[in-house]
Design a protein around this ligand. Structure first.
Ligand SMILES: [Cu+2]
Length: 207
């Protein structure tokens, strides 16, 4: 059965590397939340590998079990790579919620000074905004901290991520699709907000 251990460990290593490589190479952002899981798989595979190698000797390629596991592994890896390349399934591309250019109007959300404090009750201000896709769905987050603290605007669903931006810096994202987009700050998880995007006819200018 050690050849089976070897095959599974190789499978785990390949899946782990793919799961880490795909989100961080920019092919797809939506797999990013799975990166930790992929790291775990990779570590498990690395631990299992010597067990399969040294206790079972060289892998028995004639073994039916190894053949089945190898076929399954190749199939699974192919599925992951093909779906990533085609932007389908779990690999929905980030551009599906984001647009390239800014909209005629925009909305500004201020990250209030002191947001880094876990006891802060107001962080993103306003914490909840409603925008119309293509009209005012360009949202600007401004880091208004008075001390040099960096924040992020990170989608809870893995759809967008500003990365860290410091005091007096801003991050702009244009939403193109209707939906409810909860987000948080990676280093300060008590910082949460929601952007709700509507689609439909452009509203009349605000009076
Ligand atoms: Cu923060």
């Amino acid at each position: 059965m050690d050849d089976a251990v070897l095959a599974v460990s190789v499978l785990f290593i390949v899946m782990g590397v793919a799961g880490i490589f795909i989100p961080f190479s920019g092919i797809s952002e939506t797999m990013r939340p799975l990166a930790e899981f992929s790291g775990f798989m990779l570590a498990l595979g690395v631990i299992m590998l010597p067990i399969g190698l040294f206790r079972g000797g060289l892998p028995q390629l004639s073994s039916g079990r190894t053949y089945v596991l190898t076929t399954l592994g190749i199939g699974l890896v192919s599925f992951v790579l093909v779906s990533a390349a085609l932007q389908i399934g779990p690999f929905t591309k980030i551009e599906e919620v984001g647009a390239v250019g800014p909209t005629p109007f925009n909305v500004t959300i201020v990250i209030l000074p002191g947001s880094f404090d876990p006891s802060a009750t107001e962080t993103y201000s306003p914490a909840s905004v409603r925008v119309q896709a293509g009209y005012n769905s360009t949202v600007i987050w401004v880091n208004a901290e008075t001390v040099n603290v960096a924040h992020t605007v990170t989608s809870d669903q893995g759809l967008f991520d500003s990365g860290l931006f410091g005091r007096d810096e801003r991050w702009v994202f244009t939403f193109a699709r209707a939906g409810i987009y909860p987000y948080h700050c990676t280093p300060h998880p008590w910082m949460v907000g929601t952007v709700t995007v509507f689609e439909g006819p452009m509203p009349a200018a605000a009076g």
